[in-house]
Write a protein that binds this ligand. Structure first.
Ligand SMILES: O=C(O)c1cc(C(=O)O)c2c(n1)C(=O)C(=O)c1cc(C(=O)O)[nH]c1-2
Ligand SMILES: [Ca+2]
Length: 562
C-alpha cells in the first residue's frame, strides 16, 4: 500500500505517481528525461480506455499510477482502475448520484488520493468515499457537506501525515467554505476549518469535538450584518502541502453573493490564499488577492512551493496565478508578498498592486449598485478584464526545477457584467449578477505562457484558438506537456516554446497529463473529454467552441525502447 513516505517522495520516485500534483508541492515536474526534445517525436499511443458512452461530459481528472494500476476518475463521480500494461479495466465504481446535485460548473471530478490500500475521492453530492484498491468496494464514506444546500466536491483530495485533506465547492450557492481533515484509514474526522470570518473551527480529540477558535477571531470585522453566514469562499480546487514549512496551502473562492455592494468590507477569507497547520487546521497566514471581490475572481488557484536564490540567500517562495490576472510570488513561511505582476495582456479592474500586494482598484470598473438605478433592478454594466472565468481558472500550471519557469495555461477574454438584487435562499444560485464573456482577439483566447517568477517576464508563449482548460506538466527532458480543447496532446520545448509533438485524442482535453516509467520505458497519460465551465458559462465564447465533440477516454503513450 501507499505510505506517507511514498507520497512525500512522489516527485523523486519516477516509477509511480501517487498524488495529485505529482508531488504534494504541486510542481507537476518529473525528473524523467528519456522523453526529450529529440525523442518525443517517437512518442506513440499504446492504449486508450473509454469511460462509456452515456456520461460524456467534462473530464478534468489527473490519473495516478501505483504497482501497475492506474486510478482515474470520470464525470459523474466515477472511478476506474485500469491495468497500465494492457488498458484493461480491473473495476469501476459509480457513486450513483441523486438527481438534486448542484455543481456550478459541469459534472466534473479532478482525481483521487491514494493511501494504504485505499483509493479516496470526493463526489458531487459532497461525500468523501474510500474504496479498496483491489476490488473497488466502499471501505468508508463520509458526508462533507449538504448537497441540498449547494455543497459538492470536485477537487482531488491530498493525504498529509495520514490525514485526507479536502476542500469543498458551492460558492455560487452561498455555502460556507472550509478545509477538513479525516483519518485516511478510518474516515474519522480530525479537524474542520471554516474559511469565512466568524465561523468556529473544531478539532476532534479522542473522538470528542472541541472548539478550536473562530476563523478571523470574530464575526463582523470585514463583513456587514449577517452576510458572513452565507459567505462562500469555497475551497473548491483543493490544496498543496510543503513539508519544509509544514503547511497546507488552500485558496478560497469568491465571496457570496457576487454583487459586492451588498457586502462592503474585505470579506475575509474570500479570494485568498491560506497557510494552514496540517495538525489542527489553524490558519497560520492569509494573503487576499482580491479584497471585496466584485467580479467573481475566485482565489482558489494552486500555490506552488519553490525555492530560489537571491543575494546568496535561499528564498522559500511560492507562486500562484490568480483569476484576477496577477501572478503572485509569496514567502511561503509567512504569506508575505514578495512581488506580483500581470500575466495577461489586459487588466481593467485594477491599476496595479501596492507594496503589500493589495490591488489598486479602478473603481469605474466595479459593476454598479442596482440601488443607484431608477427602478433598483440593475446596476450600471461595465466591461471588465479578465472575464470571471479568469486569466487562469482551475487548470494547474507547472514549475520546472531546470528552467526556473512556471508554465501557465492562461486565457485572454473580457466580460460585460452588471449587478442585480438578490437574497439568500437555501439551494438556489446566489449571484446577484448577470454577465457575458467575450473574446478580445479573433485568432486566439488561450495562451500558454512560460513565466519567470523572479522578473515577471514571459519568456515565451503559445497562442491557442480555444480557451485553454487543461493543466500542464514539465519534465527534465526539457518538455512541457499540455492538452487543448481542439483535442491535441502537445509537447513544447520548455526553454524556447517550440512545438515538438502533437496527437489528436478525438475530444477536447481539459485534464492534466502525468508521466512515469515502467520496465525502462517512459509513459505519458492524459484524460480527454471536452467540458467544464466554458461551454456552460462562456457566453459569446461558448459559441466559438460549440462544435467541439464530447468524449471520455484515458490515452496512454510511451516511448518504445527501440
Ligand atoms: O465557488 C465555487 O464553489 C466554485 C466551484 C467550482 C468547481 O467546484 O468546479 C468552480 C467555480 N466556483 C468557478 O467559479 C469556476 O469558474 C469553475 C470552473 C470550473 C471547471 O471545472 O471548469 N469549476 C469551477
Ligand atoms: Ca466560484
Amino acid at each position: 500500500g501507499v505510505t506517507d513516505q511514498d507520497i512525500l517522495n512522489d516527485q523523486a520516485t519516477t516509477g509511480d505517481v501517487v498524488s495529485n500534483g505529482m508531488g504534494l508541492r504541486g510542481q507537476r515536474y518529473s525528473p524523467l528525461a528519456a522523453l526529450n526534445t529529440e525523442t518525443v517525436k517517437d512518442l506513440r499511443p499504446v492504449w486508450a480506455f473509454s469511460f462509456g458512452g452515456e456520461k460524456q461530459r467534462g473530464q478534468e481528472s489527473q490519473p495516478v499510477v501505483k504497482d501497475g494500476v492506474m486510478y482515474v476518475t470520470g464525470s459523474y463521480s466515477r472511478v476506474f482502475a485500469i491495468d497500465v500494461k494492457t488498458g484493461d479495466e480491473l473495476w469501476q465504481y459509480d457513486a450513483r448520484l441523486p438527481d438534486a446535485i448542484m455543481p456550478c460548473c459541469d459534472v466534473i471530478n479532478r482525481g483521487v488520493a491514494l493511501y494504504g490500500d485505499l483509493v479516496i475521492f470526493g463526489t458531487l453530492d459532497a461525500k468523501l468515499v474510500a474504496l479498496n484498491k483491489d476490488t473497488g468496494k466502499v471501505v468508508w464514506k463520509k458526508t462533507v457537506g449538504d448537497y441540498k444546500a449547494g455543497y459538492s466536491l470536485t477537487a482531488a483530495p491530498i493525504v498529509v501525515k495520514g490525514k485526507v485533506i479536502t476542500g469543498i465547492s458551492g460558492g455560487e450557492f452561498g455555502i460556507v467554505g472550509k478545509v477538513e481533515a479525516y483519518d485516511a484509514k478510518t474516515g474519522q474526522i480530525a479537524w474542520t476549518r471554516p474559511t469565512v470570518e466568524g465561523h468556529m473551527g473544531y478539532v476532534w480529540k479522542d473522538g470528542k469535538k472541541v472548539e478550536n477558535g473562530i476563523s478571523g477571531g470574530e464575526a463582523g470585522k470585514t463583513w456587514p450584518g449577517d452576510l458572513w453566514k452565507t459567505g462562500g469562499a469555497a475551497t473548491w480546487l483543493g490544496g498543496t502541502y510543503d513539508a519544509d514549512v509544514d503547511l497546507l496551502f488552500f485558496g478560497t473562492g469568491n465571496p457570496a453573493p457576487w454583487n459586492s455592494h451588498l457586502r462592503p468590507g474585505d470579506n475575509l477569507f474570500s479570494s485568498s490564499r491560506l497557510g494552514i497547520d496540517p495538525d489542527d487546521g489553524k490558519i497560520v497566514w492569509h494573503f487576499q488577492t482580491t479584497p471585496h471581490d466584485g467580479w467573481d475572481y475566485d482565489g482558489v488557484n494552486e500555490l506552488i512551493s519553490f525555492d530560489y536564490k537571491a543575494d546568496g540567500k535561499t528564498i522559500k517562495a511560492a507562486g500562484t496565478a490568480d483569476r484576477n490576472g496577477f501572478f503572485y510570488v509569496l514567502n511561503r513561511e509567512n504569506g508575505d508578498f514578495i512581488r506580483g505582476f500581470p500575466f495577461v495582456d489586459k487588466i481593467t479592474w485594477a491599476k496595479g498592486l501596492d507594496d503589500k500586494g493589495r490591488p489598486i482598484y479602478n473603481e469605474e470598473f466595479r459593476p454598479g449598485n442596482p440601488a443607484d438605478s431608477a427602478d433598483g433592478k440593475q446596476g450600471k454594466a461595465i466591461v471588465a478584464a479578465p472575464s470571471f472565468l479568469g486569466g487562469k481558472n482551475w487548470m494547474p500550471m507547472s514549475y520546472s526545477q531546470d528552467t526556473g519557469l512556471f508554465y501557465v495555461p492562461s486565457n485572454e477574454w473580457e466580460m460585460d457584467i452588471w449587478n442585480e438584487p438578490v437574497s439568500y435562499k437555501k439551494g438556489a444560485a446566489y449571484l446577484g449578477a448577470g454577465f457575458t464573456i467575450k473574446a478580445m482577439n479573433e485568432d486566439y483566447i488561450g495562451v500558454l505562457r512560460a513565466i519567470d517568477p523572479k522578473t515577471g517576464k514571459t519568456v515565451w508563449d503559445y497562442k491557442n484558438y480555444a480557451p485553454l482548460w487543461g493543466g500542464t506538466m514539465v519534465t527534465k527532458g526539457n518538455l512541457v506537456f499540455m492538452g487543448n480543447p481542439e483535442g491535441y496532446l502537445m509537447a513544447f520545448d520548455a526553454k524556447t516554446g517550440e512545438e515538438k509533438y502533437k496527437f489528436n485524442t478525438g475530444s477536447g482535453i481539459v485534464g492534466t497529463p502525468i508521466t512515469w516509467d515502467m520496465d525502462g520505458e517512459q509513459y505519458v497519460s492524459v484524460v480527454s473529454g471536452w467540458g467544464g465551465a466554458v461551454p456552460l458559462w462562456g457566453g459569446e465564447v461558448a459559441k466559438r467552441v460549440k462544435n467541439f465533440n464530447q468524449g471520455g477516454m484515458v490515452w496512454t503513450f510511451k516511448l518504445p525502447k527501440s
